[in-house]
Unconditional design. Sequence first.
Length: 178
Amino acid sequence: MSVQDVLAEAVTGSRMLLERYLPGFDESNRTTQAPNLPNHLIWTLGHLALTMERCAGRVKGSDVPKPLSEGSWVTGKGRSGDIMRFDTESVAFKSTPLDEPSLYPSLARGREIFGEAIDALSDAVRQASDAALMRSTKWGTQPIRVCDMVMRMVFHNGVHAGQITDLRRALRMPQVLS
């Protein structure tokens, strides 16, 4: 397998890791937060999708964020998501999740957008040249190689899967793994 295939499969595998913890979440609890836990489920799906979309742009060689699909995203309007779209400002790094369902897409739509982001990143990685993956880009305040950023996305998805596990426990949902 090529480096591109290994990275793309890791991204795709992170979807299955996270989605195994989604049973029991529905429209009534997708924005429910638990005391002392940072995020609710739908915020997490949007946050991960946004981060992976931005990473896919870096894989394709753009250090400047490109416009996102208007069918899935409202960009730069501030707290104006809806039943079909995430607002990038509502799910961006350092945003604060709110228990306001009208600001977020439905759970089904959120899962769809998350899946589209997984596919976008995985496809971008599969099509990337070796040079594109070895290119240095700035992510946050530090430079990082694009291939390392892709692996960071896999780890990032795993970290948030752990947060969903904590949320499940706090909401007294049944165990998924036994």
